[in-house]
Design a protein around this ligand. Structure first.
Ligand SMILES: Cc1cc2nc3c(=O)[nH]c(=O)nc-3n(C[C@H](O)[C@H](O)[C@H](O)COP(=O)(O)O)c2cc1C
Length: 203
């Protein structure tokens, strides 16, 4: 049976979504892995989204909490809000109480990816503060460490992401993931899927 990887994200302006798409490609490049993209529900009213200049959502399906249990591994992605995950994603996680009670996600590998507006705006605190959610669910956090290689040491060009996972800088919204950030996202998907597959095959 194929190893099922779910890539579950919230994206208001499309930056996290772009990373999610690349992660999906990376995960799907591993033989025997089926990767699927999911969005979490929006919790802001249309009127507020309009005032925030948010474009319409893409066609990626919206996940319900119990569907997480179908996956062999899950990559969670979100934009930062004041240095930690956006409330939309937190609301989704807060709706997983049933899964938590039965520890249905325990032992499953989990990864994190993210977007911040600025440097120092949360590239590390955003994933770091999200680890508490994984811990309560008993999930196994799989960081990318420095497995991305030379790209981790880029000093000339702006590059998001860290050993915690792939990332990007949205700036004022007009900056989109660079080639290196896209490559890092692909790497995360592939690396994570390889580990999830090994774990499933050894079960
Ligand atoms: C209420 C609010 C708070 C934010 N807080 C931060 C922050 O603390 N640090 C930062 O770098 N960017 C911050 N941002 C910018 C977002 O992180 C940015 O819009 C997001 O990374 C873009 O990703 P998306 O296109 O996937 O929505 C904030 C944005 C909003 C609307």
């Amino acid at each position: 049976m194929a190893t099922k990887i779910y890539i579950v994200y919230y994206s208001m302006y499309g930056h996290v979504e772009k990373l999610a798409e690349e992660i999906e490609k990376g995960a799907s490049s591993v033989e025997g892995v089926e990767a699927k993209l999911w969005q979490v529900p929006e919790i802001l009213p249309e009127e507020v989204l309009g005032k925030m200049g948010a474009p319409p959502k893409s066609d990626v399906p919206v996940i319900s909490p119990n569907e997480l249990a179908e996956a062999d591994g899950i990559l969670f992605g979100f934009p930062t809000r004041f240095g930690m995950m956006a409330a939309q994603f937190k609301a989704f996680i807060d709706a997983t109480g049933g899964l938590w009670r039965t520890q249905q996600l325990a032992g499953k590998p989990a990864g994190i990816f993210y977007s911040t507006g600025s440097q120092g705006g949360g590239q590390e605190t955003t994933p770091l503060t999200a680890i508490t959610q994984l811990v309560h669910h008993g999930m196994i956090f799989v960081p990318i460490g420095y497995t991305f290689g030379a790209g981790m040491f880029e000093m000339e060009k702006l590059k998001g992401g860290s050993p915690y996972g792939a990332g990007t800088y949205a700036g004022d919204g007009s900056r989109f993931p660079s080639e290196l950030e896209v490559e890092q996202a692909f790497h995360q998907g592939k690396y994570f899927a390889g580990i999830a597959k090994k774990l499933k095959d050894s079960a």
